[in-house]
Design a protein around this ligand. Sequence first.
Ligand code: COA
Length: 320
Amino acid sequence: MKILGTGSAVPKQTVTNDMLSDFVDTNDVWITTRTGIKSRQIITTERFEELAALAGQRAIEAAGLVPEDIDFIICHNVCNVYVTPSLAALVQGILGIKGPNCPTMDLNSACAGFTYGLEICDSFIATGRAKHILFICAEEVTRMVDWTQRETCVLFGDGAGAMVLGAGDNYLASKLTSTPMPDVIYYRLPCEPTPFETGEGIDTHIAMQLKGREVFRMAVTSAQRDIRDVIEKAGLKLEDIDHFLLHQANQRIIDAIKQDFDLPPERFHSNIQKRGNTSSASIPMLLDEEIREGRIKRGDLMVFNGFGAGFVTSAAVMRY
Ligand code: COA
């Protein structure tokens, strides 16, 4: 599998830390020193599925293709207003890709979803069942948080990162893990009531909850382990890797991982300062930005690493 082109899209509304302190008890110094985040983009008037489709359109153009060339759309998304149809089916309609020969489906592996999705794409590409997959990670996490809870609402942003994947030998190794720990990060929505429900409070709505310190520790430990494992699996050495693109959850997490590896610091890329944590979209958005700004070039070796609710982790080595 090979990346043929990338794209990304963010909402037009930028929200600074100072803007948040207007309505929640927080401040720029706390957010900056604890997370590295200075601003983020937040969905306002945009339609979420159109944002996802825009990232996809940009990836198709970067690949030198047209929408009709796409024969599979896979979206990764944790939450949006449509439980069904899938985001991928909505994107297909917006891009004007007529059926029935372009199947669509969504995945959900929380903030680690980008590499989980790559793994699924690789299985379709490697077996020749798809030629050009449009893979989009799109998230509107700012609609999952309680905006009166300063512990969570300051951390997130919205956005979409996309790529077109085709045949090639550039996907070198991967590692996916999952450990059942549902109380560490979760978000619950109520389903429709039925006359047969038993018990009270089964379907209560609970805005995003996270045990930040626990997640922080697990993220650093798992990343140090998974990155080493996946590089070894690829038959490479740490110093062979040109770029590390880690889930953008907290600059301090990225710095702690960076410190563990004795490598030039510029190999660890970051855009959390201006984007916040955009869940599964964070790595493909960062990748697209770094490619477009010329910092990642064809032939470079990259490591992707993510973690999130589950508790799930993922890592991959890929050549651009
Ligand atoms: N503004 C000001 N103060 C805040 C605040 C905010 N937005 N959020 C929390 N605080 C306060 C707390 O109330 C606490 O006050 P106290 O000492 O008086 O009790 C203090 O800051 C420290 O809070 P704590 O939670 O211990 O901070 P932390 O250093 O662990 O940083 C996170 C919190 C969330 C930034 C950090 O743990 C983290 O990044 N975790 C992982 C991120 C994550 O879970 N992402 C989601 C999954 S990808």
